[in-house]
Design a protein around this ligand. Structure first.
Ligand SMILES: Cc1ncc(COP(=O)(O)O)c(C=O)c1O
Length: 395
């Protein structure tokens, strides 16, 4: 344990099951630890560092804007906030943006907006979410999330209902004109990298139209190119009423947003919602540079192509790896489900110089930055094969 780890163990809440490494520096797809060892980052801060680490566009935006204006209040207009709202609306086809600081805050704003509109329409029914979902860690968003997140936090708020994910019969049975809204992820990230079925999403859209229910896509992990499209919902040929975004939007600088139509945004009036830091000039200026770089450098196309390459390489080696149960995902959001718990595997990958993640206990989650190259993938797959084949020999 190094001195940083000792300090942390003494003074920080004991909340994170940290890996035994202290990261001090990053550049592109690489990060370095305090001993100077180099790692290839196949996690990107959990789908955040879309441009990799210390991208010149991000560094420049921080430098330029921090010399002008870092923060003021939402009582005033600021140039970066107005510019970012225009950029996001122009790209997405939505008409209004609200800015906050994180994914959870974006979901909280969407929950409140849905409730306000539901109240206006006289709806008394729940906000629906799906088993295995992750929408953040506030009391409302854990109520929409998986059982594991909710345990020990009773009493939880009323007015939420959870249905099985990808189960068409269940949504047909349970959604009705009283239902307020539905929250869904295009690919459940924390739930184990589980993509939604197209038929399920198309039916969901139809049911929401029939019963005047707000369809809300949580694009916090899937947004900004991660799945090979600008947003995850675009894989299904439908359009949600509201989307929530964060993570990659700031490329590492905290920012979240809600995007929706003009009409739906008017569910809120003055004083209904707000934030001190949300949409501050520094965060918005960084986000503008991140999103523009993703578009201008054609990184969504790179995500699509490299995602296909990563999956096909993993599928090829997995034929010789009996411990692999399934490989799934979309774009650069790839999960490898193992027949064994994956923490020991990710520790071995760390020793070999790779940051990869374990989710849902036995799913190795790969979320490289959108700038990932074939040679990074080749190197990852080679090491993954070596680690897993040595496990096989032992078991
Ligand atoms: C799908 C999804 N929604 C919401 C969140 C919460 O975002 P944050 O941690 O920024 O509050 C996450 C974070 O992992 C997420 O993956």
């Amino acid at each position: 344990m190094d001195s940083t780890q000792e300090l942390e163990k003494s003074y920080h809440f004991d909340l994170y099951r940290r890996l035994p490494v202290t990261l001090v520096k990053g550049k592109g797809i690489y990060v370095w630890d305090a001993q100077g060892d180099k790692y290839i980052d196949f996690l990107s801060g959990i789908a955040v560092n879309a441009l990799g680490h210390s991208h010149p566009a991000v560094v420049r935006a921080i430098r330029k804007q921090s010399q002008k204006l870092i923060h003021t209040s939402n009582i005033y207009y600021t140039v970066p906030q107005a510019r970012l709202a225009k950029l996001l609306c122009g790209l997405s086809g939505y008409e209004r943006a609200f800015f906050c600081n994180s994914g959870l805050e974006a979901n909280e704003a969407a929950i409140k907006l849905a409730r306000k509109i539901g109240n206006q329409k006289g709806k008394k029914g729940p906000i629906v979410s799906f088993s295995g979902a992750f929408h953040g860690r506030s009391i409302a968003s854990i109520t929409m999330g998986s059982e594991k997140l909710r345990k020990g936090f009773d009493p939880l708020p009323d007015g939420f209902l959870q249905l099985p994910y990808n189960d068409i019969q269940s949504i047909e049975k349970n959604l009705n004109k009283d239902t307020t809204a539905v929250f869904v992820e295009a690919v459940q990230g924390e739930g184990g990298v589980i993509p939604a079925d197209k038929e399920f999403i198309v039916t969901l859209r139809q049911l929401c139209d029939t019963h005047d229910i707000l369809l809300i896509f949580d694009e916090i992990q899937t947004g900004f190119g991660r799945t090979g499209h600008l947003f995850g919902y675009m894989n299904f040929g439908i359009k949600p009423d509201i989307i929530t975004v964060a993570k990659a939007l700031g490329g590492g600088f905290p920012i979240g947003a809600v995007l929706t139509s003009n009409e739906i945004s008017q569910g809120f009036t003055y004083g209904d919602h707000g934030t001190t830091f949300g949409g501050n000039p520094l965060a918005c200026s960084v986000a503008e540079s991140v999103v523009s770089t993703i578009i201008n450098k054609e990184l969504i196309e790179n995500a699509r192509q490299q995602g296909l390459y990563l999956k096909s390489k993993l599928e090829r080696v997995s034929k010789k790896l009996p411990l692999v149960k399934e490989i799934r995902g979309m774009g650069l959001m790839v999960g490898v489900e193992l027949k064994i718990p994956c923490r020991p595997i990710i520790l071995k990958m760390l020793e070999r110089g790779f940051l990869v993640n374990c989710t849902a206990e036995n799913v190795i989650r790969l979320l490289p930055p959108l700038i990932v190259r074939k040679r990074d993938i080749d190197s990852l797959v080679k090491n993954f094969y070596r680690v897993l084949s040595s496990e096989k020999t032992k078991s």
